[in-house]
Structures are given as C-alpha cells and as structure tokens.
Design a protein. Structure first.
Length: 311
C-alpha cells in the first residue's frame, strides 16, 4: 500500500516553477485545460468605462471595498493597524486577474494582500472519479497566487517563518476564502481550484478545500495526526528538508503539490462525501505512520537559502 501511495504522489502535479514565483506565467498552463475567459457584462460595465479596470472583469474597486466592509476584512485590517487601504487592479495578457491591497500607498514594501485568479476548465483524473462523477468538465476559478502578509511584524520563536514568507502572515485566511467563494458564485463557477506549493498552505486551505486525490488527503490527515505536537512551520520545513519520514522504515516522504478543490457544484460536493472517497482517505491514513527528525530539520532549516534570505 505504501508503494502504491508513493506512486500516486509521483504522478501528480509537478512544479516546474523556480523558488520565486514567475508572475508572467499561469501555474495551470501545464494542465492542458481549455481556458474560459471572464466576460464583461452590462452590469459590470456600468461601474467603469473600461472592463480591464475591473477585477475579474466584474468588480470595481468601490465594489470590492463594499464586499470587504461587509465580510469583515476591512475591520480586520484596521484592527491590525492598517486603517487606509489602497486597492490596485491589474489584468495580464495571459488572462490572470490580480487584486493587490496596500497599506496607505502603492509600494512593494507596503503590500498586504495579493490575489491572482484565472478561470479554466478543470478535468479531474478519471481514476479518482469513475463511478462517482459523470461529467468531468468543470468551469473553475483557479488560484494562481495568494499573499497575505503583515509587513509591520517580525518573526519570533512564537511566530516562526513559514517557507516562502518574507513577513509574518496577516491572519486573514478566514476572510479571503469566503471572498473567493463569493467571486466564484457570482461568476457561475463550479469550484475553486488551488495547487498549494507548500504543505502549510495545504493545511490552511484544508478547512474548506479537499485534495482531489484521496491518497493525498489521507496523507495530510495522517501527518497532522502523527505529528500534532509540532508546529505547522516545523512540519512544512520538515517536508522542505526531507526530515519527515515513514516511522517504520525511516525513508523520507515528500510532499508533492496536487489539486485541492473547494466544490460549489453539487456533483463535486458529492464526490468528497462519497463512500468511495472517504474509504480511500481512511485507507491512506491507516497505511503509514509519520515521524519528524526535528533536530536535523532545525539544522538544515537554518542553512536553507529560502530561510536565510529574510533572516
């Protein structure tokens, strides 16, 4: 079973991206999905004279501010010392829609939130959904990139650096996920799709997102079960440094990025509650126990270029 589980992991999404995100390219081009363009509607055009001034060709800055006020994000930012937010909207030639929120003025060092979304046709692998889902083509909103950071804070022992972080987090995931759900609902999307590059991101998304591959969902749950005494930062760095392993053999167990889905369509929601999916998740959880070589992880983390860069 363990060998089969690792085979599943090796067949998933393979990240060819460098250690720093290439903003000019979509993360989902390698999926060979047919792109679906956002459309400028008459209602959206009434907000602005140019569609490219609207986020997702739909939302004006004022409309987004109103949404932020209603869902609590504005209040959360204000409570953290960011009373004046500046919104910037951009659309790339490849169809990626970008929303940036800054503190006070538009400057890289003042960036608080960056959301990059695109829209694609997602086709789950047949081996996962056979007998559960008939239609395998879904219009989805894809998360190209998400940054939530507090440039006023510094890393401490109680607030350790996560892989890829330049600043500590903003504590705003609870507001951003409902925001993206609303966007997807307004656009008639059937799901939100993400491929978390790091283990900690997969855990943060996992409150509402589930891995399409039940073996990967089982792996995530098993790691949290077996290593619950460690911080999320320790676990994420454990995968980066290859110090999370099969407890019985000592063999390192890698984290491989794969599709996580927040379903909106009923058929996709049924898949994640189906007997077949839940049984495979349970089998994956029961097939292995995990261990973390903490001392080696701590040593290798200190020398890792992504850790040293911002230290």
């Amino acid at each position: 079973m363990l060998r089969l589980l690792k085979k599943f992991f090796s067949r998933g999404y393979k990240s060819n991206t460098p250690s720093r995100y290439d903003a000019s390219q979509s993360r989902f081009e390698r999926y060979e999905f047919s792109p679906v363009r956002f459309e400028c509607t008459l209602s959206s055009m009434s907000h602005s004279g140019a569609c490219n001034e609207l986020f997702l060709d739909t939302y004006s800055p004022d409309a987004i501010r109103d949404i932020m006020n209603r869902n609590g994000l504005t209040g959360h930012l204000r409570d953290n010392g960011f009373a004046k937010q500046v919104l910037n909207i951009e659309k790339t030639n490849s169809g990626i829609h970008i929303l940036r929120i800054y503190n006070g003025k538009t400057a890289p060092e003042r960036l608080l939130i960056e959301i990059r979304l695109s829209r694609i046709i997602y086709m789950p692998e047949e081996r996962h959904v056979t007998g559960v889902i008939k239609d395998r083509r879904f219009n989805v909103v894809a998360v190209e990139w998400l940054t939530l950071q507090n440039p006023k804070l510094s890393f401490t022992s109680s607030r350790p650096r996560l892989p890829g972080q330049a600043f500590p987090g903003l504590g705003a995931v609870q507001y951003i996920t409902p925001l993206m759900e609303m966007f997807a609902g307004d656009l008639g999307a059937e799901a939100i799709l993400d491929v978390p590059e790091q283990f900690h991101a997969a855990v943060m998304y996992s409150q509402k997102f589930k891995f399409m591959d039940p073996a990967r969902e089982g792996m995530l749950r098993a790691v949290l079960r077996d290593l619950e005494s460690h911080s999320l930062a320790d676990l994420s760095w454990g995968f980066i440094t290859g110090t999370i392993c099969d407890a019985s053999t000592g063999e390192p167990f890698p984290y491989e990025p794969s599709e996580q889905v927040l379903p909106i369509a009923e058929s996709l929601a049924r898949y994640f509650t189906s007997r077949e999916y839940l049984k495979r998740v349970e089998n994956a959880m029961n097939s292995i126990r995990y261990a973390l070589d903490y001392d080696r992880m701590a040593r290798e983390r200190e020398n890792h270029p992504d850790y040293k860069q911002y230290t």
